[in-house]
Design a protein around this ligand. Structure first.
Ligand SMILES: Cc1cc2nc3c(=O)[nH]c(=O)nc-3n(C[C@H](O)[C@H](O)[C@H](O)COP(=O)(O)OP(=O)(O)OC[C@H]3O[C@@H](n4cnc5c(N)ncnc54)[C@H](O)[C@@H]3O)c2cc1C
Length: 422
C-alpha cells in the first residue's frame, strides 16, 4: 500500500499547531496541510480550563480556537485521536500509535507538554487515586468540574499560576481550599516577591489557606481515593480532591528518539527551525534560542506558542519573519488580571507604581536603571505601553517611576532607549 503523503504535517493540534496550519496557508503554502493530534474535537484554548470554564462561566463551544469550518475553508485536514510515536527523518516519514505511516515534505512538531506527575508516598503511579487531578486537557477540566461543589475540601499542590487559578475557581464554587507551596512564596518561578505577597494576601482574604515552605509528604488512600494528605510540616489535611499543579514536562519523546530534542525540549532558533531543515517546532515543547536575550529559554504561554508558530510558517512559506517578541503571559484570578512581560531574573530592585491595596498596580523589575520586566495587576493600558517599550532596552528613573503624578507615557517617552539586549 502506498504511504499517504502529507506535504506539511503538523503534529499536535493545540495553540501552536492550529496557528501554524492557518498561518502557513495564509502565507502561501499551496500543498496539502495535515493537522494531526491525539485529542478529539476542534483545537481549543487551554487558559480558560483553570478559569472561566472551571467556574462554569463558559461552555465547551466557546473554547474552540477557531470553528471547524475555518480549517475546512483553508483546506486544512484534521486527523483526530492520532498519536505520533516515531519519526524517520531520513525517509521523511512518521509512524502513528496505530501502526500507520505518513510521509511528509515538512514536519512541524507542536506537541506541547503534559503535567508533571505527583510522586509521593501513598500514590501508586500505575493506579493513581481517582480523586487526584491534573489540569492540561478539556477532559481533565471536565473531570474536576464534575466533583467541585460547595464545601468540598480541595488540596492544591503547587502555588504556581495553574494552582492558584484552580484555587480561585474552586473557591468561587464554594469549595474549602488549601494550597501547599514548597517554596517560601507562591508564584516564585514567574513573579517577584512583591507580587507573590500580594497574591497570597488576596487568596487569604478570599478564604484560601496558603501554606508556603510546605510540601506534600504522604497521601492516605481508602478504596482508591485520597482521604487525607500529610504535609511536610506535620499537618494532616482531610481532602475530597487533590489537584497537582507542579509544572509541565514537554512531549518530546519521538523528537528525542529522532535526535532532535534534549531533556528540556526541542532546540529551535527564532524561525522555529530545528537541527533538521525539514522539521520545525513551536510552543511548549521547544527550547528556543531567544534573540532578544541571546540564550535558550523554554516559555510556556499562549503568546509564545502563537509567535513561534507564525515564525515557523513564515519560514516554511519562504518569507522568513523571525520571532523577536518580548515574552509575555497573563493569569486571571478572582477579578484580577495579572499580565507579565519580560524576564525578571537578575533584577536588583522592584519598583511598585500604583496601589496594591486598591488592587491596581505595576511592579517594575530593574537592574540599575534598566527595566527587565513588568508585572501589571488590573492595569492593561500601562501593561501595553511597557510591553511595547521593552522590545528596546528601556531605562527608567526609579523615583520618578514610583511617582504616579508623572504620567507613564511621559516617562517612557523620556527614557533613554539604547539599542541592545534587554
Ligand atoms: C490550565 C492551564 C491554564 C493556562 N493558562 C494560561 C494563561 O492564562 N495564559 C497563557 O499565556 N498560557 C496559559 N497556559 C499555557 C498555554 O495553554 C500553553 O502555553 C499553550 O497551550 C501551549 O501551546 P502548545 O500548542 O505548545 O501546546 P498544547 O496547547 O498543549 O497542544 C499540544 C497538543 O499536542 C498534542 N500531542 C502531544 N503529543 C502528541 C503526539 N505524540 N501525537 C499527537 N498529538 C500530540 C496534545 O494532545 C495537545 O493537544 C495555561 C495552560 C494550562 C494547562
Amino acid at each position: 500500500m502506498e504511504t499517504p503523503h502529507c506535504g506539511l504535517l503538523i503534529v499536535g493540534a493545540g495553540h501552536a499547531g492550529s496557528e501554524l496550519a492557518v498561518a502557513a496557508r495564509q502565507g502561501g503554502w499551496t500543498g496539502r496541510i495535515v493537522l494531526l493530534g491525539e485529542e478529539a474535537g476542534v483545537p481549543y484554548q487551554r487558559p480558560p480550563l483553570s478559569k472561566a470554564y472551571l467556574l462554569g462561566k463558559t461552555d465547551v463551544e466557546s473554547l474552540a480556537l477557531r470553528p471547524a469550518t475555518a480549517y475546512e475553508a483553508a483546506g486544512i485536514e484534521r486527523m483526530q485521536r492520532a498519536r505520533l510515536v516515531a519519526i524517520d527523518r531520513a525517509a521523511r516519514r512518521v509512524t502513528l500509535a496505530d501502526g500507520s505511516v505518513l510521509a511528509y515534505d515538512k514536519l512541524a512538531l507542536c506537541t506541547g507538554g503534559r503535567p508533571r506527575p505527583l510522586v509521593c508516598e501513598g500514590i501508586d503511579p500505575e493506579h493513581p487515586p481517582a480523586n487526584l487531578f491534573y489540569l492540561r486537557t478539556l477532559a481533565d477540566a471536565d473531570g474536576m468540574r464534575a466533583v467541585l461543589r460547595p464545601g468540598a475540601r480541595v488540596v492544591v499542590v503547587g502555588g504556581g499560576y495553574v494552582g492558584l487559578e484552580v484555587a480561585a475557581s474552586a473557591r468561587g464554587q464554594g469549595a474549602l481550599v488549601t494550597v501547599l507551596e514548597a517554596q517560601p512564596r507562591v508564584l516564585a518561578r514567574v513573579a517577584g516577591p512583591e507580587v507573590s505577597r500580594f497574591y497570597e494576601s488576596v487568596h487569604r482574604e478570599a478564604g484560601v489557606e496558603i501554606l508556603t515552605d510546605t510540601g506534600l509528604a504522604r497521601v492516605e488512600c481508602e478504596g482508591g481515593r485520597i482521604v487525607a494528605v500529610q504535609c511536610s510540616n506535620g499537618q494532616r489535611l482531610q481532602a475530597d480532591l487533590v489537584v497537582a499543579g507542579i509544572g509541565m514536562l514537554p512531549n518530546i519523546e519521538a523528537a528525542r528518539d529522532a535526535g532532535l530534542a534534549e531533556d528540556g525540549g526541542i532546540p529551535v532558533d527564532d524561525l522555529s527551525r530545528t537541527a533538521d531543515p525539514d522539521v520545525v517546532a513551536a510552543g511548549d515543547c521547544t527550547l528556543q534560542h531567544h534573540a532578544l536575550y541571546d540564550r535558550q529559554l523554554r516559555l510556556e504561554s499562549v503568546p509564545n506558542a502563537l509567535e513561534q508558530a507564525r515564525a515557523a510558517a513564515s519560514w516554511l512559506c519562504g518569507k522568513p519573519r523571525p520571532n523577536r517578541t518580548v515574552p509575555w503571559f497573563w493569569s486571571d484570578q478572582y477579578e484580577l488580571k495579572l499580565q507579565m512581560a519580560g524576564l525578571s531574573q537578575g533584577h536588583d530592585r522592584c519598583v511598585v507604581r500604583g496601589n496594591p491595596q486598591a488592587r491596581s498596580f505595576c511592579a517594575f523589575y530593574l537592574q540599575g536603571k534598566r527595566v527587565l520586566a513588568v508585572d501589571a495587576v488590573n492595569r492593561p493600558g500601562d501593561f501595553m505601553q511597557v510591553r511595547r517599550a521593552l522590545a528596546q532596552a528601556l531605562t527608567l528613573d526609579a523615583d520618578r517611576l514610583s511617582d504616579e503624578s508623572v504620567p507613564l507615557k511621559d516617562l517612557l517617552a523620556e527614557s533613554t532607549a539604547v539599542t541592545g539586549k534587554p
